[in-house]
Design a protein around this ligand. Structure first.
Ligand code: HEC
Ligand code: HEC
Length: 303
């Protein structure tokens, strides 16, 4: 059972050799414990683990010296490198907001032509405007300004009111039919008193207005002139000055099919666009005005 080539088993090599139990198969010492014939080898702790531990210890000593490490009451040791991540983070944040402040404040004055002509500024500002739009306007006007029932499309180039950034700005600022002393009032009266056949004829005329095929010489044309022209204009072109939206272009708040127009005539309309002057800064409102005006130019509307 002995292995004469193993130096640990040579007599006299080790004073404790006599008490040692050696595993006959591997030649290693055993711990001497025996569980029903199973013994545990007494192998050396692996060198690689020891070196790894030594390395990590060494690293921590170096890190203590170079980096911020030990708390000292209210302060802490700074380390030879004097790194301060808090200061770094604050500096980064300050640079970022200085950069943003720089271009956002250019929108303060609202010189829209100059702003729109500055391509570098636009490249920075439009992505920010898109986020502002998503946060504040998309709930009603759709993510890309594509509108929805009761909420006008902003992404086509036909407008209820105006395509000029300065007009769009004042709409965003004061809203439409909103709680704001300078809001735009836009109320379509109900025509429920009118004979139903007349309303049906009018609804059909209005539905034809965008196609240009409406006949104002007819009796229903006269009905339009007598009842509607005072607000929507002779030919239904509407406009900012006379205070009612255009009925001649594709843009519609509610829809210009005969059924929807019948509803409009029966109940009247008073759409509300909220006021933003108390929620957004002037610069942000001007930024949005430019963005919305450009949405229209880019096209992509669904109607
Ligand atoms: C609560 C819903 C709602 C929200 C939010 C909203 N709007 Fe409106 N907006 C409307 C309605 C309704 C109208 C049409 C009002 C009318 O003429 O009766 C409108 C009209 C407009 C118009 C006029 C469109 C045209 O064709 O002339 C513009 C421009 C506009 N909104 C921009 C915005 C912007 C920018 C925001 C975000 C800051 C915004 N809206 C947020 C409901 C909303
Ligand atoms: C007192 C002014 C006034 C008169 C008169 C008037 N309208 Fe209007 N009309 C408005 C206003 C303002 C709106 C926009 C309502 C809103 O913003 O919600 C409107 C909206 C409409 C709309 C909805 C447009 C859309 O975008 O969906 C239709 C259709 C319409 N009017 C048809 C008529 C017809 C037809 C008559 C005549 C029988 C008429 N209106 C008379 C002021 C008027």
């Amino acid at each position: 059972m002995s292995n004469p080539t193993d130096p640990r088993q040579l007599p006299g090599a080790d004073p404790h050799t006599g008490n040692r139990k050696v595993d006959p198969v591997t030649g290693y010492d055993t711990t001497g414990h025996d569980w029903g014939g199973i013994t545990e080898l007494n192998t050396a702790f692996p060198k690689i683990v020891i070196s790894a531990l030594a390395l990590t210890f060494l690293y921590s000593v170096v890190a203590w010296i170079l980096l911020p490490a030990w708390p000292t009451g209210r302060d802490y040791t700074r380390g030879l490198l004097r790194l301060d991540q808090e200061e770094q983070a604050l500096r980064g944040f300050r640079d970022l907001s200085d950069g943003r402040q720089g271009w956002v404040s250019r929108f303060q004055g609202g010189e829209f032509d100059a702003l729109q002509a500055d391509e570098i500024l636009m490249a920075k500002a439009m992505p920010a405007a898109e986020r502002l739009f998503a946060d504040n306007c998309a709930a009603c006007h759709g993510t890309n300004g594509q509108g929805g029932p009761g909420f006008p499309v902003l992404s086509d180039d036909s407008w209820l009111w105006s395509d000029k950034p300065e007009d769009i700005m004042s709409i965003i600022q004061h809203g439409i039919n909103a709680e704001d002393p300078d809001t735009r009032y836009a109320e379509m009266p109900a025509f429920d008193w009118m004979e139903r056949p007349d309303r049906i004829a009018l609804a059909e005329l209005v539905a034809d207005l965008p196609t240009g095929s409406a006949d104002f010489g007819s009796s229903v044309g006269t009905l339009f002139t007598e009842n509607c022209s005072s607000c929507h204009g002779e030919t239904g072109a509407g406009g900012l000055e006379i205070g009612a939206p255009s009925l001649t272009d594709e843009a519609a708040i509610y829809g210009q099919d005969p059924e929807t127009v019948m509803q409009t005539l029966r109940r009247g309309r008073r759409g509300v666009m909220p006021t933003w002057s108390d929620r957004l800064s002037d610069a942000e409102i001007n930024l949005l005005a430019v963005y919305v005006a450009q949405l229209g130019l880019r096209g992509g509307g669904t109607r």
